[in-house]
Design a protein around this ligand. Structure first.
Ligand code: FMN
Length: 194
């Protein structure tokens, strides 16, 4: 598929069939996710792959799946064959930027212009989502409503932040997000200056 067609085909899908997803496809998708750029090549992102039904139900609960189903969505988190939880580690960036090649003249860590640990998580997640489309699969995203519970259930170290859940599977007809009514912006380009 043409690269721009692949980008246009990507959308957040909120319903999946029962058809399993191959381990090989998940491996390729995860390999794509680690090829993104990262500040200082810190690579401070980790991914937890969940296929256990009980853990999927728990994570769905921590994302408030019942609120989705009460408003007409399918149980797209608990029902997805595979969940991937992308995580980012702010402290890994601080440690990297305290290394000799990254400190300023006084040996101090830089003033961070923006939180690059979240920017790099976005890079990784975007590559992952595009790889999902390339595999003829579909993915969604759900943020945690109870992040401490998710962290505890998955045994995530205190310095690592799970940014949400990416359900992956074969797409089934789904209810579209009401947010899409906003339409896609076309006034976002500022040439030469804002
Ligand atoms: C940071 C972020 C958080 C999101 N959180 C949720 C969420 O909690 N639940 C959900 O159903 N969709 C969530 N989405 C999906 C957006 O609603 C979706 O990307 C947007 O409506 C545009 O639709 P599209 O991705 O299908 O083009 C999130 C997307 C991003 C990038």
């Amino acid at each position: 598929m043409d690269f721009y067609d692949l980008i246009a085909k990507r959308r957040m899908v909120r319903n999946f069939t029962d058809e399993p997803v191959s381990d090989e496809a998940i491996d390729r998708i995860l390999d794509a996710a680690r090829r993104g750029p990262s500040a200082g090549f810190t690579q401070g992102q980790d991914f937890i792959v969940v296929t256990d039904a009980a853990m999927k139900r728990q994570l769905a609960e921590f994302c408030g799946e019942s609120f989705y189903t009460e408003s007409g969505f399918d149980p797209f988190i608990s029902k997805a064959p595979v969940l991937i939880v992308p995580c980012t580690n702010e402290n890994a960036y601080h440690r990297r930027y305290q290394e000799a090649d990254k400190t300023d003249d006084s040996g101090e860590e830089i003033e961070w212009p923006v939180p690059y640990w979240f920017m790099d998580a976005g890079h990784a997640v975007m590559l992952l989502l595009l790889a999902v489309v390339h595999e003829n699969l579909a993915a969604g995203f759900a943020g945690f409503q109870d992040l401490p519970a998710a962290r505890a259930a998955l045994g995530i170290p205190a310095e690592v932040t799970p940014v949400g859940v990416i359900p992956i599977g074969h797409p089934a007809p789904d209810k579209r997000s009401p947010s899409l009514k906003r339409g896609r912006r076309t006034d976002h380009i500022h040439r030469e200056r804002w």
